[in-house]
Design a protein around this ligand. Sequence first.
Ligand code: CU
Length: 474
Amino acid sequence: MLKRRDALKLGAVGVTGLAVPGGLGTASLRRLRETTAPEAFSVPLALPRRARPVRRTWTTDYYRMTVREAEAAILPGVKTKIMGYDGLFPGPVIHALKGRRVVVRQTNALDMPTIVHLHGGHTAVSSDGYPSDVIEPGAFRDYEYLNEQPAATLWYHDHTHHMSAEMIFRGLSGTYIITDPAELRLGLPMGHHDVPITLRDVRFDDAGQIVFEMDDFQYRNTVLVNGRPQPYFEVAARKYRLRLINTSNLRFFSLGLSTGTEMTVVASDGGLLPAPRPVKNVMLSPGERADVVVDFGAHDPGTRIVLVNEFGADDATRNLMRFDVGRRVWDPSRIPESPVNAPDLGEAQVTRDVHFGFDPQTGDWLMDGKTFDMKRVDMRIRRGDTEIWRVHNKGAGPSVPHNMHLHGTHFEVLDRDGQAVAPHETGPKDTVFIGHGSTVRIKVRYDRYLGRYLYHCHLIDHASMGMMAQAEII
Ligand SMILES: [Cu+2]
């Protein structure tokens, strides 16, 4: 069953422009795949465990989690050391209801500090995972999430200053879903037919243990779906909502179905799209999400459909998972025509420029020519003001794509180099892809909290090396 995969034999290396963000020329390509992996589509898709509140009140669900080291069964017959929320890889899924408060007590059982960030959460600074708000080993912190924001697919992950790249890579990542009871009338697939699909890559050594080296993208050549390589998933011949989440540090995915089956994008990072959009393909940079509805009922039972990553350079990074279509069942779900009103952020009062850059002396990735400094405020924004940010990835240095992630709010993507953006980018976003040579304009407003929020590249290795800045909301 176990088979050595040696990518030198496979010959291909992910050296296409998008697929190698960073690390170009930083390491020799001596060995590309160092571990054993199962045959493709031989393990079932794992559905991550649902977190259960330890206590419920009229207003609040209380959770307790422990951040700890553990062993996970990622490869058959191998116990891989990981870091996990409650020791799980990936972490348990938190299901929140819009308007209902969630408090998560995170206890740190690691021998190093940790910080937790809810990616996509409209969260007060004190619960947002600010770099100085460290949970020391043995200590805990209560994170409060009000969930007063549109229903959306969020994720929580480590945000420890300089360390998050390694800690996320080792497993500190989990899904967080906000559901709006008022949206249930829309009829989107739910329950067992609403499935998080978390995608990431990993590097294993010969013993199946995780190897982390900063920015060594070309060695991270096993892709995991919900923590397993190339799983299969038995689906009924009906519609499913798939919540596609790119939790990779550096890998971009361009996702489509091998049968050419259409997917309908219904939601972006921050909530439902103004109108669902049929697509053949969704491109997600690290941190981005897209909810798609796929109608497996359009296929005969017995059809096998592979989720294909067009950026993948070989079988293991290209053919991510397989849907095995089973029997036809009654399907009351539907794709709503016009789920929500487009967010109206109003006329902009302020226009700013943000420049990505690179320091050839130090090898650091830069925001506006600087590396992150907690003591420095990089911009001041008046609460309630609407701003347009022109984010430029045009600096000298390696031709590397980045993206922009804002804490504490969502934004509207206006255009990319003056052109309309992709369908899944037409809803509220918190992370947007910015290719090299490109300028993306976003419309930003911070409505709620005051204080200091980070904005950074979500190629996490870049952020860990300092490609981060902060805005103070005043
Ligand atoms: Cu970057």
